[in-house]
Design a protein around this ligand. Structure first.
Ligand code: ATP
Length: 387
């Protein structure tokens, strides 16, 4: 077992030897009943917008390994074209340069899956879900992503009464692992763009979490070079399709509304055509904001922004609140319901330090928002306060 794998599928060792190369298999030789090549399919464990995830076991000589396989359907070119044309016809969609053409839409659909795979192929870290193999047979409608199985499931943060389900100790562990995983991603030049509790998965023993779902992630050569201090990146894949990595795509709205950073919202929702420059730059700081919202959810069992004008009246209200309004902490934090002592918090007490950190995460102005380097330093203070 390599040292990088803690708490993951214990038997994945033979797949998981650094330096890690994700296997690409272009021929599915065995495709019957509950079997695809060497994988025996098991139960469904999740469904997202982009695919279904099931468990599978893999027979080795002396052990059985369990993996998670994400099924992503590739749309047939013809079927997709027909659907898009139909949509355009029904909506009488204006065909101007500002709109995605049918051809582009097909291209981007195919690109989305390829981009997720290309991002995951770059990653090897204890707090990132590992991609092992891609089964991509042109004769089959589905692409299969064989991944490390995180048996503990998604990080949950509230119960039926909207109370936090995580103890402060669990929140500390979740945040510690997410910070390390995110820091690694950013060093690789990757911005996740959809950080939220549901994309943090527990290992079987629930001792660690790993970042999952790279369907919205963006790779930026500029960010990678920046992270490396301008040095040429050793090991960069010369075959990378530069089309995937257009930095303009970063400004496109991606992710889950409640977790989106104010600068993403401004740029993709409120920005007027005459605004040449974005209000604030779109950088890796958008992930820090989303991690801050995650932190808030774990602490308070609630989201930081509420539509007080009579319930959820749609996405647009949420965007307006995130962009314009201030957020408030709750009176108690964690499953233990520790008083936050709002207004009179002791800066050296654990709740005081946690709250202080939260304010720095959820800072609307990018230049004032805490960086992950700063978080790492302050996080050790959180741990010291605990002991
Ligand atoms: N490696 C894994 N181990 C365990 N469960 C997993 C794994 N990968 C995904 N899942 C489960 O499957 C669900 C869907 O997976 P994923 O988020 O990758 O799909 P998606 O279609 O991209 O989702 P979304 O709609 O959130 O973008 C996850 O929320 C999680 O519960």
């Amino acid at each position: 077992m390599p040292s990088i794998s803690h708490g993951g599928p214990a038997s994945a060792s033979s797949l998981h030897i650094p330096p890690y190369t994700v296997k690409t298999t272009n021929q599915v030789l065995r495709y019957e009943g509950n079997r695809i090549n060497q994988y025996r399919l098991g139960e469904k464990i999740g469904k997202g917008q982009n695919g279904t995830v099931i468990t599978a076991t893999m027979d080795n000589d002396d052990e059985t390994e369990t993996v998670a396989i994400k099924f992503v359907r590739r749309e047939s070119r013809q079927g997709k074209t027909n659907k898009r044309y139909e949509l355009l016809r029904q909506k009488n969609f204006p065909r101007s340069e500002n709109h995605t053409t049918v051809g582009d839409a097909i291209h981007s659909e195919e690109n989305r899956i390829r981009k997720e795979i290309a991002v995951m192929k770059k990653l090897f870290h204890p707090h990132i879900v590992q991609l092992y193999e891609v089964l991509d047979d042109r004769l089959i409608q589905t692409i299969y992503l064989v991944m490390e199985y995180c048996e503990g499931g998604e990080v949950e943060w509230k119960d039926h009464n909207n109370q936090p389900t995580s103890s402060l100790e669990q929140t500390r562990r979740i945040m510690r692992d997410a910070i390390q995983g995110l820091d690694y991603l950013h060093t690789q030049g990757i911005i996740h763009r959809d950080i939220k509790p549901a994309n943090l998965l527990w290992t079987k023993d629930r001792a660690h979490v790993k970042i999952a779902d790279f369907g919205s992630a963006h790779f930026s050569y500029a960010q990678r070079l920046g992270a490396l201090g301008g040095a040429a990146a050793n090991g960069d894949d010369p075959n990378d399709d530069k089309l995937f990595w257009d930095d303009k795509a970063l400004a496109k709205k991606a992710g889950t509304p409640m977790f989106m950073a104010p600068e993403v919202i401004f740029d993709s929702v409120f920005r007027e055509p005459e605004d040449v420059e974005p209000e604030q730059p779109i950088t890796k700081a958008i992930d820090v904001w989303s991690l801050g919202v995650t932190f808030y959810c774990l602490l308070f069992g609630d989201v930081p922004f509420h539509n007080t004008d009579g319930g959820l009246t749609g996405e647009f209200q949420i965007y307006r609140l995130i962009h314009n309004e201030e957020w408030e902490p709750r009176e108690f934090m964690g499953r233990e319901q520790i008083p936050t002592q709002l207004g009179k918090e002791d800066e050296d007490s654990e709740p005081g330090i946690i709250l202080h950190l939260l304010y720095h995460f959820l800072e609307k102005y990018v230049t004032h928002r805490i960086t992950l380097d700063e978080v790492k330093v302050r996080w050790s203070v959180v741990h010291m306060a605990q002991n």
